[in-house]
Design a binder for this molecule. Structure first.
Ligand code: F6P
Length: 530
């Protein structure tokens, strides 16, 4: 099956675009969003072979099993039901024979009541109405809410939100500096409530509050699956918003982990965000492959990474408010599909999860685009932009932003031939060997692939759709590769070794460690560390 796909490599993008019908044919429209993958080297036969590949790998069956609540996270024996969180009005979904929907609806209602009370001052700190919310969490308990709160800034009318994730004391010190403990709400966000970074930061925040505030625990909220551990930490049950182990960390922004977002933008906008996600779920479940945005986004990913062998992909949102989207997608894609073993335990051959990276445009243009245009390696670029901005008085900024985004994908595709570069040099008055030398530097190979996702305007609904789109892309790629996209065993070893390392920094013998690690420990001890 793979051979059938790889046989279609080698087309030149500019040649493919000679076909006037290609742009429309190699695009998917859904609601207010257009996904254009016509500036890739995928031909019609290649696409047909990719669709066949997806069908043969049972993507649709696995998708239906996910929505039905079957335990498709096989290594952990869990269902994968973040999709239920964004569809609170949906019918029964049973896990182990029990319908999860009533519990999920009850938690959402409690979140809405609490967020409303924080926003209108009925829930206050010991010094008055809450002015600042500090979300303490890491990975999936941080990246989603942080990215979304930033993305939805134009809708933010609640208290200020801050995010602390790193165990580096600098993170919490800098965040708390200037905040008033008596009007700050601390959200401890941790699915497991065992994550060392989050627990260390939560303890530090509690100490910070303890002086000026008589009862700090009253200004703490917990978002967790581990109720008993939260109670031990001293947070009252009415301020615990629980969820179940069928919500993966990096898929958790749709539920209690999204509380900071709900407080920021209000329950109605949060509902619109959920609705957006649910509408993308519906599209993913029912649209035929070629008209299915998630499937086609995934197939361009498979085409570029597994078929063409490009090791990375750049996510380039032309939207400063989506500055954290690349980091969010790094966790979503690399923690989900960065695996070397298939579901059946067999070692996987060849490239599996691509390296995902990026920065917002236009900033990236003045940093790493040089390499994307003229470096020897090919980096598929995933552009993203809104047709309309949120600043009507600054419409000329937005026009420039959009113009840059479109110009980049055109430049990558078209390039500039040496002949064209020579003509430019001649126009500038150059001749002879100097003209040749300078022209070589000014030529662009072109034929560099990109996709563009355009939405009308970044609203809560659109943001929900974009996140759900990328979640399903990861799902489809994982299913094609035979990976369990919902575990993350690869993060465990480092955590265990870090725990063992602490006493060594404090002076315990490190004799059992390798010579490099011993040297690093000794250096740190000699220089005031430990
Ligand atoms: O680093 C691994 C991980 O388990 C992520 O998958 C998760 O999002 C993050 O740690 C935080 O976990 P928790 O929410 O349990 O604190």
């Amino acid at each position: 099956m793979w051979e059938e796909v790889t046989a279609h490599r080698g087309a030149r993008i500019a040649d493919l675009l000679e076909d006037e019908g290609r742009a429309e044919d190699f695009s998917v429209r859904f609601d207010g969003t257009l996904f254009d993958y016509s500036k890739t080297s995928m031909t019609r036969p290649a696409r047909a072979a990719l669709v066949k590949l997806a069908e043969s790998r049972g993507v649709a069956e696995r998708r239906d099993a996910m929505f039905a609540g079957e335990p498709i996270n096989e290594t952990e024996g869990r269902a994968v039901l973040h999709v239920a969180l964004r569809n609170p009005g949906g019918g029964p979904v049973r896990v182990g024979g029990q319908d999860v929907m009533p519990g999920l609806r009850a938690t959402l209602a409690r979140m809405e009541a609490f967020a409303g009370a924080v926003r209108d001052g009925r829930f206050a700190g010991q010094g008055g109405a809450i002015t600042d919310v500090v979300n303490i969490g890491i990975g999936g308990s941080h990246l989603g809410p942080e990215m979304c709160v930033r993305a939805l800034r134009p809708f933010h009318d609640g208290p200020r939100c801050h995010f602390v994730s790193n165990v580096d004391g600098a993170d919490i010190a800098d965040t708390l500096a200037g905040l008033d403990p008596a009007t700050t709400l601390v959200i401890v966000a941790s699915k497991s409530l065992t994550t060392i970074e989050t627990m260390t930061n939560a303890e530090t925040a509690r100490r910070w509050m303890a002086g000026p505030v008589a009862e700090p625990a009253a200004q703490f909220v917990a978002l967790s699956t581990a109720d008993a551990k939260v109670a031990e930490f001293g947070i009252a049950p009415e301020r615990i918003f629980g969820f179940e182990d069928w919500v993966g960390g990096r898929y958790s922004v749709w539920g209690p982990i999204g509380l900071s977002l709900m407080i920021a933008v209000g329950p109605a906008h949060f509902r619109a965000f959920l609705d957006g996600g649910a509408s993308m779920d519906d599209h993913f479940r029912h649209a035929p492959s070629k008209e299915n945005m998630a499937v086609m986004l995934a197939l361009t990913g498979i085409w570029h990474h597994q078929v063409c062998g490009y090791p990375t992909r750049a996510v380039l949102p032309y939207d400063q408010r989506l500055a954290r989207l690349p980091a969010y997608l790094q966790q979503l894609e690399m923690e989900s599909n960065g695996k070397g073993v298939a579901m059946n335990g067999a070692t996987l051959d060849g490239p599996v999860g691509p390296i995902v990276w990026g920065e917002p445009g236009t900033n990236g243009q003045h940093a790493f685009y040089q390499l994307i245009h003229q470096g020897r390696q090919v980096i598929p670029c995933e552009f993203m932009v809104a047709a309309e901005g949120h600043e009507p008085d600054l419409a000329h900024h937005h026009r420039l932003l959009v113009a840059n985004c479109l110009a980049q994908s055109e430049a990558l595709m078209r390039g500039r031939s040496v002949q064209e570069a020579r003509a430019l040099m001649a126009e500038a008055g150059m001749t002879g060997p100097e003209l040749e030398r300078q022209a070589a530097h000014r030529a662009f190979p072109g034929d560099r692939p990109s996709t563009t996702l355009i939405h009308d305007r970044l609203t809560p609904r659109r943001l929900g759709q974009i996140i759900a789109l990328y979640e399903h892309r990861v799902f489809v790629e994982g299913a094609i590769l035979g990976i369990n996209s919902f575990d993350q065993w690869g993060v465990e070893l480092g955590k265990v070794l870090a725990r063992d390392m602490v006493p060594l920094l404090d002076g315990e013998t490190a004799r059992h460690k390798d010579c490099s690690t011993r040297q690093l420990i000794a250096y740190i001890r000699d220089h005031g560390g430990g």
